[in-house]
Design a binder for this molecule. Structure first.
Ligand SMILES: NC(=O)c1ccc[n+]([C@@H]2O[C@H](COP(=O)([O-])OP(=O)(O)OC[C@H]3O[C@@H](n4cnc5c(N)ncnc54)[C@H](O)[C@@H]3O)[C@@H](O)[C@H]2O)c1
Length: 214
């Protein structure tokens, strides 16, 4: 059977559905109508129905959505029913902050090792996770199951490291360096460009200020 192509916009909204449903579960909410979910999320009820219809609906007429079921199913679509081993390349400010964040584990993402080039950092531990010398990276990847590499190195170092990671078999790169990586198509890159997000905020603020000045 031909698999239906899910649009990027829908995929982008799924983590937010997942988060809201997780919050509802924590409050022991058993079911929710698309209208209630829509009021909470400030997304139209028809948008919610349309989005979820992409995956077979999940809802029942007159009943709404079973929160736990929907949360589990969206989790499966997002691949959150699996465990992922992460390594962090670059143990500076951002790399250390990521390694210190325990909540990723709750979602199935486990930071297993951190690598850096700076001998003053190598050998230290963050939350019990050892910072290894970057020279050990290839061997580590060969000997261990690594699913995702977070790149938190300076921009100039990122492309070469990304190419090495890809060559050594890493399929998922979580890139925080403010540069675009050009890798083979089977390597999945998710960019987290914080400064670009800040620029969007700045744009919106300046638009608002312009409107107020009128
Ligand atoms: N800190 C933030 O809030 C922030 C925000 C937006 C973007 N970024 C981006 O994230 C990246 C990291 O930022 P940061 O603030 O953590 O920088 P940082 O200078 O604190 O840390 C970078 C680390 O990478 C290491 N490194 C350099 N070359 C390496 C190599 N070849 N192999 C392994 N490790 C290497 C350095 O020794 C250092 O420990 C940068 O690209 C930065 O632009 C950071």
């Amino acid at each position: 059977m031909h698999k239906k192509q899910i649009s990027k916009a829908v995929i982008n909204r799924l983590p937010r559905y997942y988060r809201y449903l997780g919050d509802l579960l924590e409050k022991d909410v058993v079911r929710i109508s698309s209208k209630e979910l829509s009021d909470k999320m400030k997304v139209t009820a028809s948008q919610i129905r349309q989005d979820l219809n992409n995956f077979g609906g999940f809802g029942q007429q007159g009943y709404g959505y079973n929160v736990e079921y929907l949360h589990t199913e969206i989790g499966k679509i997002l691949g959150l029913d699996k465990k992922y081993n992460i390594i962090i390349i670059g143990a500076g400010n951002l790399g250390q902050a990521l390694a210190n964040y325990v909540d990723f584990e709750r979602r199935g993402f486990y930071v297993k090792a951190i690598f850096d080039i700076n001998p003053r950092l190598v050998g230290l531990s963050i939350r019990g996770i050892e910072i290894k010398n970057i020279d050990e990276l290839k061997e580590y990847i060969t000997m261990n199951q690594v699913d995702i590499a977070a790149l938190t190195v300076p921009k100039a170092k990122a492309p070469q490291l990304a190419a090495d990671l890809a060559k050594w078999g890493i399929k998922g790169i979580w890139n925080f360096a403010p540069t675009d990586l050009h890798l083979a198509e089977d390597i999945i890159v998710e960019n987290v460009h914080l400064a670009e997000s800040l620029m969007k905020l700045s744009y919106k603020l300046s638009e608002k200020n312009k409107a107020n000045d009128k």
